[in-house]
Design a protein around this ligand. Sequence first.
Ligand SMILES: O=C(O)CCC(=O)C(=O)O
Ligand SMILES: [Fe+2]
Length: 312
Amino acid sequence: MGSETGIKIPIVHLSKEKLDPGSSAWLAACNDIRQALEEFSFFEVVYNEPSIEFHSEILAVLEELFKLPHETKRRNTHPKLGHGYMGKVSGFPEGMGIENATNKDECQKFTSLMWPDGNEKFREVIHSYVKIASELHQMVVRMLFESYGIKKHYEPHINSTNYLLRLLKYGRSQGETNVGFKAHMDKTFLTLLYQNHVKGLEIRTKEGEWITYQPSSLSSFAVIAGDVCMAWSNDRIKSSYHRVIVSSEEDRYALGLFTFLDGVVEAPEELVDDEHPLQYKPFDHQKLLDFYQSYSDPNKRDCNIMKSYCGV
Ligand SMILES: O=C(O)CCC(=O)C(=O)O
Ligand SMILES: [Fe+2]
């Protein structure tokens, strides 16, 4: 993993069992996370889950899902762009979404839509996966907050977090040389990505070089800083500009856990000082999504939407 100039994506090893909050290893990992986000807006976490067996189960249910008839998959409707079913079109993969995916009932609802006669295995695997990924997300956020010395803001932040699970398939049709996802910045606080072995995700470094991410283990996740993290951190952390290019003949499957916040989002006062004057006014995350959806600039994927939406 890396680039021609030798720049390497940071890797942080986290394991619930091994890392005692407050221990020196924990504090060092908190620092690593903050540094990785501030320098790269992106890092790999090697976690202690999923197991090899569960990795295979996750991929098996994803394959089963995407094999369903188009008509069935289209039942996953949602008024918000990118929250429901999207067929594969140039520059975008085929994708489906489960909103509030940490809630078992939402996983059940999605499963019943796809399989009216039920599919207990699918529901169980997806719900267990979301549990793993959302716990990891919470750990990362907690460690980031601790590293900034703002522990007291952690609980309210997590209590107002919503999770959208996106299930993605990048499959090449005959005659196509590659499939992918156009370069963009996520409109999330953080995004956690988990995938099969087929590479394709690339991130752009501050120097403007694209580097390829390839998970180093079956329990690896990519952590991506979104636009909302950038505004919240008062520009200490920039949102990651990333894209996907899959040129393999094999299908690439990915699961993205996207985090959104309820209520007003603003930079904690501890992150605003003379050296870091306030960059963004307090804003509403849901309204940001509406703003982005209605923003008609054809290059909107490439620009800092936060400056237009709530820049000081
Ligand atoms: O497939 C991936 O690894 C990334 C997908 C992505 O960037 C997104 O859904 O926002
Ligand atoms: Fe993305």
